[in-house]
Write a protein that binds this ligand. Structure first.
Ligand code: SAM
Length: 346
């Protein structure tokens, strides 16, 4: 079996595939209220193009594929894509990150088509707070989606929450307590200075250590190993069925374990979420490039994968600008050189 390794001896076996930059929510930290100008239908990769890339990547050593976006469930014929990806030889794990709004409608069909798991982003359990963070989202739809995913067997369900001071930080404990009554993985993600930068603020940002302190007041937290844990560090509250996880892009770098490559909806290979380096795969796909050329570009993107990101530098830069009292950082959204998360694939 082939193994893809980068210059720092990391095994790259995970492709994060954005299939659309459109989203049915407008989360405060991710997108501006007016949304973004979505790519045209011709600008994003077709399912045939996506499948060709995944087939070649699987021959090279990619074993896991996660669909993301934008909101992947807003793309038409998503069930067809899942069933086609499931048939690609070598792909052992097929998952999706979704906001869950359309999951009630799709969970059963997705599971039947071969989807292994879903991660659902849900930043509040309170309908009005949820509506504020998502600018109008319906929490009820997400909760019904979670129930549909559980009963369709898409387990363990991973629930992702981004704690933001002054908005939903009072719910950190309640989210962790969900693990007493279900086998869900509840994961807390540090608010990153990416996406909608004019929302980011050091005061809103909560470190993993602070989250752990809050959760540790419920019951003792013991580290646990979870298969395919990716960048998340997992713990179990004493007496809980499920586990809590922490994704600490800022305070605890996980670059040393990074095994991923990203493909944006418009066909750019992106070796690191936080680096602007992109390799244009779409032109090659559309100009008749043979498989060997697609393979060369995939290998190139792994060759240029940076050893680590400089998100801490970006955070310090933003804090510096905010402290200097001037207007919010000039290069905040929309920044020509920095794509919003929905354009990269979060
Ligand atoms: N629409 C899907 C969803 O909601 O899960 C997939 C795309 S969304 C961009 C993927 C994940 O990125 C979500 O869990 C979201 O919370 C996270 N995300 C986006 N911007 C973020 C930021 N600035 N800091 C931390 N997490 C962020």
């Amino acid at each position: 079996m082939k193994v893809l390794q980068d210059n720092f001896l990391r095994v790259i076996d995970y492709l994060r595939l954005s299939i659309t930059d459109r989203c049915n929510l407008r989360c405060l930290y991710c997108m501006p209220g007016a949304g973004i100008v979505p790519s045209g239908h011709r600008d994003i990769l077709s399912y045939e193009e996506i499948l060709r890339v995944v087939e070649i990547a699987a021959v090279l050593g990619v074993r896991k594929v996660r669909l993301t976006g934008g909101e992947p469930l807003t793309r038409k014929n998503i069930v067809f894509l899942i069933s086609s990806l499931k048939k690609v030889r070598g792909i052992e794990d097929l998952s999706m990150t979704t906001n869950g709004v359309l999951l009630e409608q799709y969970a059963r069909e997705l599971a039947d088509a071969g989807l292994d798991r879903v991660n659902v982003s849900m930043d509040s359990c309170d309908p009005s707070t949820y509506a504020v963070i998502t600018r109008g989202g319906d929490l009820g739809a997400v909760l019904r989606g979670l129930a549909a995913a559980r009963s369709a067997g898409l387990r363990p369900l991973k629930i992702n929450m981004v704690p933001i001071r002054g908005l939903n930080d009072h719910e950190i404990k309640a989210f962790a307590e969900m693990t007493f009554t279900s086998d869900d993985h509840v994961r807390f993600i540090e608010l990153m200075p990416s996406g909608c930068l004019d929302f980011w603020d050091p005061e809103k940002y909560i470190t993993t250590d602070e989250m752990k302190k809050i959760i540790g007041t419920i019951a003792p937290l013991t580290p646990v190993r979870v298969r395919r844990n990716g960048p998340s560090k997992y713990f179990r509250l004493k007496g809980a069925q499920g586990v809590v996880g922490f994704i600490s892009a800022i305070t605890h770098h996980f670059c040393g374990d990074c095994n991923r490559l990203r493909l944006t909806a418009d066909g750019k290979l992106r070796p690191c979420l936080f680096s602007e380096t992109e390799i244009d795969l779409r032109s090659a796909l559309r100009n008749g490039a043979p498989d060997s050329e697609i393979e060369r570009l995939l290998r190139l993107s792994i060759k240029v994968k940076p050893e680590g990101h400089n998100i801490e530098g970006r955070r310090a830069e933003l804090i510096g600008k905010i402290r200097h009292r001037g207007p919010r950082p000039e290069r905040c959204f929309p920044e020509p050189a920095r794509r919003p998360m929905s354009k990269i694939g979060g």
